[in-house]
Design a binder for this molecule. Structure first.
Ligand code: ADP
Length: 154
């Protein structure tokens, strides 16, 4: 790793990681040297998809791409970024609801770590309607979700 490398963290719940997320990371690789996909683990919140299995699935989606790494974390994202020498947070924007939320967390992250810039990529239109919560709902009632995921579901 070079000291001048532009490292970004892509934090999220990824419950599950979708083609929408994958598109953001893939496009992020044209901007950053390395991207760390950080799966937030909150012991208070129950997940739908198993976190270790999701980590494996994301690994599978990026097989052979050495610039991407995947971690699970349960601390402040701003502190995590400092630990990994990451000066950028990567986030995706689909709509004004995302904007309202992202606006406030990026202000807080900036307050917690002044060296951190949040970089937003606007969703690609073909993925704009994909959300983890809708996918969970479809899966729960037996619908096929494989088209929305960049890895085979086991
Ligand atoms: P969080 O719980 O932190 O919002 P998510 O896993 O839901 O985590 O999302 C992580 C990031 O990916 C967020 O910035 C979210 O707006 C973005 N994102 C989610 N789905 C899409 C999509 N279909 N297109 C672009 N960005 C997306």
């Amino acid at each position: 790793m070079d000291k001048m490398d532009k490292i970004a963290i892509f934090p999220g719940s990824f419950d599950p990681y979708t083609k929408g997320h994958h598109d953001i990371v893939s496009r992020g690789l044209t901007i950053f040297d390395r991207i760390i996909i950080a799966i937030g683990h909150n012991s208070q919140k129950k997940r739908y998809f198993d976190i270790d299995r999701m980590e494996q699935n994301i690994r599978l989606a990026f097989e052979g791409e050495e610039r991407v790494s995947i971690i699970v974390y349960n601390r402040l994202t701003a502190g995590l970024a400092r630990e990994y020498d990451a000066r950028y947070l990567l986030r995706g924007l689909r709509n004004t609801t995302d904007f309202e939320y992202e606006n406030s967390i990026s202000q807080v992250n900036k307050y917690l770590n002044q060296e951190l810039e949040t970089v937003f990529l606007i969703t690609s239109p073909q993925f704009a309607a994909i959300s983890s919560s809708i996918i969970r709902e479809v899966h729960k009632y037996g619908g096929d979700i494989t088209d929305f995921l960049p890895y085979p579901l086991d």
